[in-house]
Design a protein around this ligand. Structure first.
Ligand code: HEC
Ligand code: HEC
Ligand code: HEC
Ligand code: HEC
Length: 466
């Protein structure tokens, strides 16, 4: 295998920024509601109607001022949401660069441009027949509306448990798996377009994709009420953080199962679908040594470090899951990492998904019963502070605990410290081809400083929290 030389990562990607900026932020809010609902099961592709179907003024296109979130959902999405640009970015120079770099690997097979390339359209548009220009619109998240558009306006409609294909995004597990279709990737969607960002695509310039439900929802211009922030109705941020993480973990496992099955079907000399797919592993296990060498100004002597499954998905799983479920996942992880060049066994992945599923409805309440100071201590104790991914997750967990404490205690002294951690986790900004980008590596990452700050935050939580 080729070894990376002077590792030059592409931009950090809005997603990573999202984890930092919004993941460590806080927002007040209200709104209680019921608990989690059921995942949908779709038998056959349902008709996609397009955002226009939601845009009537009496429906979701009211002005933002003076209206409830549901009434102005379309207005907010159309005027402020990044997802409306998801198709347009495929015409921009970075997309062209990605395709050119991928194409250069086999000049005998020219690739279609990004905005016509199925490998890109799968996550960058909501397909409605031939019309794709809306980018990622309502039905990518809420489900194809063909069967429910009329029904959901009738009295007595309940999204939870409906059989018409409207996705119950109020359930953090369901919401996380829905967003993860594009923010983690997965098997091809109903339209047959792939949904995968491979290491090859990342090496060609695609931002690394990452996902965590709470911070990504906070990163959106909300067209909904934040039912988790207020501490009413028995729900709180712990529910969204914990259950959302389990949903994203499930999506990651599903992606692993898909990659593994494909690798087993594909002949060894066929490059496409080959395992190991590096994007499923810890970026810095392979890249950090080289980055550190570059930092010191030495010639980059890249060394292959320890190969680990993507830590961002696994961080804190010991805390999130009951003991037996955590054990199942830890054993699986250990097995895969010990023989990482072999595709993981489908039955083993299935067992993990069952363990996650079994914890899904109880994890939130189990963790909520534990006092914040203990949770904070455990969160810090169970992450490796030298690993950037793991620290991002620990910092987000601490932020959620502080948000929760803030409902009863004065936490103004703790917030600035969270901001310091955020700064320590940020990557330096650079300019490439006229674009300001952030390097996708923990360039200059100072684990000792991060540890000191996190330790101070945990002590501060211990001082106010129970
Ligand atoms: C698995 C879903 C998925 C696939 C497949 C995919 N992308 Fe993306 N892409 C994303 C997500 C999610 C983001 C936002 C990343 C982030 O910041 O979290 C993104 C971001 C980008 C960006 C940066 C946009 C910006 O705002 O600067 C470009 C350019 C891009 N993708 C191009 C492509 C191209 C070209 C392809 C096909 C070769 C492709 N993408 C395939 C999910 C995908
Ligand atoms: C990127 C994904 C995404 C897209 C695109 C999207 N939504 Fe949503 N929508 C959500 C999420 C997440 C929620 C909130 C779930 C929760 O916490 O209850 C939501 C909530 C809603 C709600 C309920 C608001 C409330 O009172 O809480 C409505 C109505 C809605 N969306 C309509 C739309 C319409 C119309 C569009 C297209 C114009 C759209 N959404 C596009 C993700 C999306
Ligand atoms: C159909 C694929 C798809 C789905 C489903 C999806 N996203 Fe995205 N999302 C994208 C793509 C592609 C981008 C990058 C768009 C760009 O950079 O222009 C993106 C960007 C984002 C961003 C970054 C916005 C910014 O300011 O840069 C956030 C936050 C986000 N998505 C949150 C969510 C959440 C939360 C959900 C689920 C409720 C969700 N997304 C569902 C494809 C998707
Ligand atoms: C098992 C080791 C391994 C893992 C894990 C790994 N990479 Fe790589 N990476 C490599 C090697 C080897 C190369 C050089 C060959 C190539 O371009 O594919 C490389 C190349 C790259 C490049 C292009 C570098 C350049 O100078 O052109 C980027 C960017 C990159 N990787 C990012 C990532 C990200 C982000 C992750 C985590 C999602 C990751 N890598 C995970 C081994 C790895």
């Amino acid at each position: 295998m080729d070894r990376p030389r002077g590792i030059v990562f592409p931009m950090m990607g809005a997603g990573l920024a999202m984890l930092l900026i919004h993941g460590l932020g806080c927002r007040p809010s209200r709104e209680p509601t019921g608990d989690a609902g059921k995942a949908r099961s779709v038998a056959e592709p349902r008709a996609v109607l397009g955002a226009g179907g939601c845009a009537t003024a009496g429906c979701h296109a009211a002005p933002v001022e003076g209206h409830l979130p549901w009434q102005s959902a379309y207005t907010v999405w159309a005027s402020r949401d990044r997802h409306t640009r998801a198709y347009e970015v495929l015409r921009e120079p970075l997309a062209q660069q990605i395709i050119a770099t991928l194409g250069a690997r086999d000049p005998s097979r020219p690739l279609p441009p990004a905005h016509e390339n199925e490998s890109c359209l799968g996550c960058h548009v909501t397909v409605q027949g031939a019309r794709v220009s809306e980018g990622v619109s309502c039905e990518s998240c809420h489900g194809p509306a063909g069967d429910w558009l009329v029904a959901h306006t009738l009295p007595g409609w309940k999204t939870r448990g409906n059989s018409l294909g409207m996705v119950d995004l109020a359930d953090p597990f369901v919401c996380a798996t829905q967003c993860s279709q594009c923010h983690i990737g997965g098997p091809p969607a109903a339209d047959g377009f792939p949904r995968e960002v491979s290491h090859e695509m990342i090496a060609a310039g695609h931002p690394r994709i990452v996902f965590n439900l709470r911070s990504f929802k906070l990163g959106e211009p909300p067209h909904w009420q934040d039912r988790f922030a207020g501490g009413e109705g028995g729900l709180d941020v712990i529910d969204e953080v914990v259950v959302g993480r389990l949903g994203a973990l499930d999506a990651y496992l599903a992606m692993l199962a898909y990659r593994s099955a494909r690798a087993m079907e594909t002949s060894a000399d066929d490059h496409i679908g080959a395992w190991p797919e590096f994007a499923a592993f810890d970026c810095y296990g392979c890249h950090r040594a080289a980055v550190a060498a570059v930092d010191r100004g030495a010639t980059a002597t890249a060394r292959l470090g320890r190969v680990r499954l993507e830590p961002m998905r696994w961080a804190l799983t010991d805390e999130l899951l009951p003991e037996d479920a955590a054990r199942t996942l830890a054993d699986f992880r250990e097995d895969v990492e010990a023989t990482w060049w072999m595709p993981p066994r489908p039955e083993a992945i299935e067992a993990c998904r069952r363990a996650v599923e079994s914890a899904r409805h109880s994890a939130g309440s189990r963790l909520k019963a534990i006092p914040a100071d203990q949770l904070a201590r455990r969160a810090l104790g169970s992450v490796d502070v030298t690993n950037w991914d793991e620290v991002v997750i620990a910092a987000k967990a601490l932020t959620a605990l502080v948000d929760r404490l803030s409902l009863q205690e004065d936490v103004t002294a703790i917030r600035p410290r969270l901001a310091v951690v955020r700064t320590l986790l940020e990557f330096p900004e650079q300019e490439i081809g006229g674009r300001k980008v952030r390097f996708n590596s923990p360039h200059g990452y100072d684990a000792a400083a991060v540890r000191t700050e996190l330790e101070a935050i945990v002590r501060a939580i211990e001082a106010v929290g129970r």
